[in-house]
Design a protein around this ligand. Structure first.
Ligand code: PCA
Length: 204
């Protein structure tokens, strides 16, 4: 069977933090064969419109068989597999552009559900000793924004390509700077993402 292509995205550091574990994880997994697919890793700026412009270009270029977006949710304790993206954005991005509760797509649905096997991913991670849960809020910042726009685009174009976003807790490096953050090793974060990829497209 043909090797599948999975587009794996992470984000640049933002809001004054020196690093972003989603970027570090994507760099570790870029071009790896995992399960039934080859991973193509890309890093997004934490800028609403530009992040969408870039990821939509990569989707056109690669025609991936799955899109797995990663982002940092500092303060969370577990790997959070996001269930839903909502049609709302708020906050100031890295370009200084600020949105206050604006719709992402005025004509879009209120929300879109991720098309990943959420429960299977969570069970797989837990089975491997990694704390994970389904989260029902990806927030209203750039992660929710790109997740919403990707799911909106796939919904309109069909046939379904599994797509969704996983929020990662802070890594130990960030927790050294911000002791209030619960933290994981980059090694465990990348193991968790590997398992998620394997669950989406198992080896044929
Ligand atoms: N986390 C932010 C945006 C970039 C990132 O890594 C978020 O949760 O929206």
């Amino acid at each position: 069977m043909r090797m599948k292509t999975l587009l794996l995205t992470g984000f640049e550091p933002f809001q004054g933090l020196p690093s972003n574990p989603s970027e570090q994880t994507v760099k570790l997994l870029h071009q790896k064969k995992i399960g039934g697919c080859r991973v193509t890793g890309r890093i997004l700026p934490v800028v609403f419109l530009e992040a969408w412009r870039q990821i939509s270009g990569w989707i056109e270029e690669l025609s991936p068989d799955a899109v797995l977006m990663l982002g940092l949710a500092a303060g969370r304790t577990k790997i959070s597999v996001e269930r839903v993206a909502i049609n709302c954005c708020a906050g100031a991005d890295s370009s200084g552009k600020q949105y206050e509760d604006a719709p992402i797509e005025p004509a879009g649905d209120d929300a879109y559900f991720a098309t990943l096997p959420l429960r299977a991913i969570v069970e797989r991670l837990k089975g491997d000793g990694l704390p994970a849960e389904i989260s029902s809020s990806a927030g209203t910042y750039v992660c929710n924004y790109v997740m919403y726009r990707v799911l909106h685009a796939f919904k309109r174009r069909g046939p379904a390509v599994p797509a969704g976003l996983i929020h990662l807790p802070a890594d130990h490096g960030l927790a050294l700077l911000q002791p209030a953050y619960p933290s994981w090793s980059i090694r465990d974060l990348s193991r968790a993402v590997r398992l998620a990829v394997e669950t989406i497209w198992p080896a044929a």
